[in-house]
Design a protein around this ligand. Structure first.
Ligand SMILES: *Cc1c(COP(=O)(O)O)cnc(C)c1O
Length: 357
């Protein structure tokens, strides 16, 4: 049966990424060897890494003075790498969900960590807007898209202190003004590549200012100097990332992606708002374009399992909501076709017909 993959992460990737990676796992460039069996310092792999870095910069329009790194350890490793490299006296964090909270927990190990605002009081259903970032903070950390709660910061914030963003689940979903950020990082497994890879975009001039010793492996300067080859990088995920980057370019880049993502999200949010059985959980102005959370209206809460069964029967995969929100979450990452959203919307309409006549 055809599957409509709404998984939150790891999640859907472009078919061409999967096909090309499968091929390279069997035979890379007609060499008679798998990409898994060649040296990361071979010409074949170095060309892959170089092209991935340069396409990454091109597609995101990254200005001079920034480095792009591909590292192991996922986004969670960055929760501690960021403070290791940037935290001297004080850091500010915006608490918008589970991942933000985890980042805060790590920062606290390094010193005074100010939570400038939190939406925890309303189960992280909105993005706080009124807060003050201390002028003497070393950096201000945000999570642009809250994968679990389905909220998103839709603009590039102005910040008087260096701005650090976890963009694990909305990188490449829209154009961003990289010059407004000191550092952007994320795990690759939401919108780019298989798990095991993190990307980091870092403004070079901000490094080397903290007084602590930093273990080599956790020091961004090591990885900049060695071109992400200080140790053996995750070669297969980097190869896959390159395929996704080529696909993004061929699709027309991030303006086009943003337009498609807005259309897909509007299609589903319109149905959530129209359909009497369902309701959205996130504040309307903060609704994520990548992770769309919805629940059954109180009156129909007992129908949840039945809707899940209907979705299963139609090949709709991965819409069970995270346990901290409940209900449903449809992740509509770049690679998800609009057709898949239509299948879900049709299932919701069919379900309403069945229960509301
Ligand atoms: C998935 C996710 C993470 C964790 O990523 P790992 O690569 O598993 O460490 C962190 N932040 C956000 C916003 C995420 O969506």
């Amino acid at each position: 049966m055809k599957k409509y993959n709404f998984n939150a992460g790891p999640s859907i990737l472009p078919q061409v990424t999967i096909d090309q990676t499968a091929k390279a796992i069997i035979d890379i460039n007609g060499s008679g060897m798998s990409i898994m069996e060649i040296s990361h310092r071979s010409k074949d792999f170095e060309a892959i890494l170089d092209e991935a870095v340069s396409l990454f910069k091109e597609i995101l329009n990254i200005p001079q003075g920034y480095s792009v790194l591909f590292l192991g350890g996922g986004a969670s490793m960055q929760f501690c790498m960021v403070p290791f490299n940037l935290f001297e006296k004080k850091a500010a964090y915006l608490n918008t969900g589970t991942w933000a909270s985890k980042a805060i927990k790590e920062a606290k190990l390094f010193g005074e960590t100010i939570e400038v605002a939190s939406s925890k009081d309303a189960n992280f259903s909105y993005i706080p807007k009124d807060y003050v970032v201390p002028a003497d903070a070393d950096y201000f950390h945000i999570t642009t898209n809250n994968t679990i709660f389905g909220t998103e910061i839709h603009t590039d914030l102005d910040s008087s202190v260096p701005l650090v963003a976890d963009m694990s689940s909305d990188i490449f979903s829209r154009p961003i003004d990289v010059s407004k950020y000191a550092l952007i990082y994320g795990g690759a497994q939401k919108n780019l590549a298989p798990a095991g890879l993190a990307f980091v975009i870092v403004k070079d001039e901000l490094l080397g200012k903290v007084s602590r010793q930093i273990p080599s492996m956790l020091d961004y300067r090591t990885h900049i100097k060695e071109g992400s080859m200080f140790n053996t990088p995750p070669v297969v995920p980097i190869f896959a990332a390159l395929q996704t980057l080529k696909w993004l370019k061929q699709m027309g880049g991030l303006k086009v992606m943003e337009k498609i993502n807005k259309e897909k999200a509007a299609l589903l949010y319109d149905e959530i708002d129209r359909n009497k059985l369902f309701k959205g959980t996130a504040a309307i102005e903060d609704r994520s374009l990548m992770n769309i959370c919805f629940v059954m209206n109180e009156k129909y809460i007992s129908l949840e399992a039945e809707f899940q069964a209907l979705a299963d029967s139609k090949g709709i995969v991965g819409i069970k909501g995270h346990r901290s929100v409940g209900g449903f979450r449809a992740s509509t990452y770049n690679a998800l076709p609009k057709e898949s959203v239509q299948v879900l919307v049709d299932a919701m309409k069919e379900f309403e017909q069945k229960h509301l006549v």
